[in-house]
Structures are given as C-alpha cells and as structure tokens.
Design a protein around this ligand. Structure first.
Ligand code: DGL
Length: 259
C-alpha cells in the first residue's frame, strides 16, 4: 500500500503550487496530479457541480491506485471534502484559506482575503473565520476572473494587473498588514501582488501547511513510501499542456488526458 501514489487534484494548474511543496517535502513519494482545467474555474460553479467534479477526479485517482488524496483547491475543499470523506475510504487532505495565522499575527487588526466566490460563500470558510477573527476586520474580496487569466498562462498580463489593482484597493485603504491567498492559483500572482501592495503587507498561503499535514497523515496511517529513491511523478491535464509545463518549469512528466 505505502508504495502507491499520493493523488492530488485541482480545477487546473493552481494546485501545482501545493504539488511542489509536497514533492519538495517528501521527494521519495510517488505522485499523480490531475489538472481539471477543462472545467475551471470551479469558483463560480454551484456546490452540486463542484461536488460532481470532485467525485470524477477522486474516482480517477482511486482507479490509479492512490493511497491518499490531496484536494489542492480551496473551492473543492470548502464545498466537497465532507462529502468525499464520508463516501470514500482513503484519507483526504484539504486546503482552506490561512485566516488563522493572519488573524493571530496582524498588528493592524485588519487582514485581507482574496479567494473565489465558491470559497468565500461556503459554510466551512465562515465557520473558520468566525472562530479566529473576533475583533479583527476581515476585508473579503472575490477574485472574479483571475483563475481564467492564470489558466491562460500569462502571469504578467495587463488584464491581471488591472483586476488586481481593483481588488486590492479596498484592502489597502483599510490598512491590511496581511493578505491571505485563499485559492491555490494565486501563489502564481505573488510577484505581481508584491509590486502592487505596500511593502509591509505580508502575503500568506497554505501550501507548506498542507504539505506538512499530508506528511503527518501519511505517518498516522503508516503510509510512507518505504522506497527511498526519487518518487515517480505524473501530472495529467485535460487542458493546455504547455501552460502546465510552463508552471512546472518543464521539470516533470506531463500528459494530456481527457477526463
Ligand atoms: N484553485 C482553486 C482554489 O483553490 C479553484 C479556483 C477555481 O477554479 O475557481 O480555489
């Protein structure tokens, strides 16, 4: 069992930001990644649709023998992970916006969160936020239109910059000192965000925390790969393979698969 792969899925290339953290923390683990770019963005779809996409991705990963599944998508986690956990036997790791560390560390008592509509409107997001943000102003912003632009592969486009300027403006006016990235696509915007935000605003995402949690759960279930050589990595996309290769710096084996 332990030599079987870790499965990871996202609505597209965004979850590769999580894949990279997992691969660098546990380089000997075999990994299969699914980029469901054909159905991106999930963030503007209904909860029912997001659950259906998550089922499709999970069943494909299980058919490839995955021992554990990382839902590398805030939108799919906040809308579908409880369904997945009650339906399938393998352990699931999800990702949620890192509101807690931002709320614990903010000096200005104002934090910004940029995420999809699906995440910001979910019950799970509100439960976590209410728990940790007493006395803190949370400036929420839906990143409408960002995911399709990121999926198109130009991470430095004028369109992206124009949208981000609009989305950051109320946060800057409210004097945030933390910006939480609540979508796994957004870490690819960090160079642009750093240019647009005041220098003292810290940007946080949950990538490393998810990789550490994955390691902890593998340990609890005694699922570590016993083979110490470099893991076998395969990434599949039902969208544009060149865009996937570009965000991976052409470092990994990728294939087109119509799923
Ligand atoms: N990358 C995903 C997330 O973390 C989904 C974005 C989308 O497809 O809208 O929310």
């Amino acid at each position: 069992m332990s030599n079987k792969p870790i499965g990871i899925f996202d609505s597209g290339i965004g979850g590769t930001s999580i894949f990279k953290e997992i691969n660098s923390l546990m380089p000997n683990e075999n990994i299969i990644y699914l980029a469901d770019s054909k159905n991106a963005p999930y963030g503007s779809k209904s909860k029912e649709d997001i659950i259906q996409f998550s089922i499709k991705n999970t069943e494909l990963l299980l058919s490839k023998g995955c021992k554990l599944i990382v839902v590398a998508c805030n939108t799919a986690t906040t809308n579908a992970i409880s369904y997945l956990r009650t339906t399938y036997k393998v352990p699931f790791i999800g990702i949620e916006p890192a509101i807690k560390p931002a709320a614990l560390n903010t000096k200005n008592k104002v934090v910004g969160i940029l995420a999809t509509k699906g995440t910001l409107s979910s019950q799970l997001f509100h439960k976590t936020t209410d728990l940790y943000t007493k006395g803190i102003l949370v400036v929420e912003q839906v990143g409408e239109g960002l995911v399709p632009l990121i999926e198109s592969g130009d991470l430095d486009s004028k369109e992206l910059e124009a949208l981000l300027k609009i989305y950051l403006e109320p946060m800057i006016t409210a004097n945030i000192d933390y910006l939480v990235l609540g979508c796994t696509h957004y870490p690819y915007l960090i160079p642009m965000l750093s240019r647009l935000l005041p220098n003292d605003v810290k940007i946080i995402d949950s990538g490393l925390a998810v990789a550490k949690q994955t390691k902890a759960i593998l340990s609890t279930h005694q699922l570590f790969n016993t083979n110490s050589s470099k893991g076998n990595i395969k990434l599949f996309t039902n969208g544009n393979i060149e865009v996937l290769n570009a965000v991976l710096d052409n470092q990994f084996e990728t294939s087109f698969l119509d799923f």
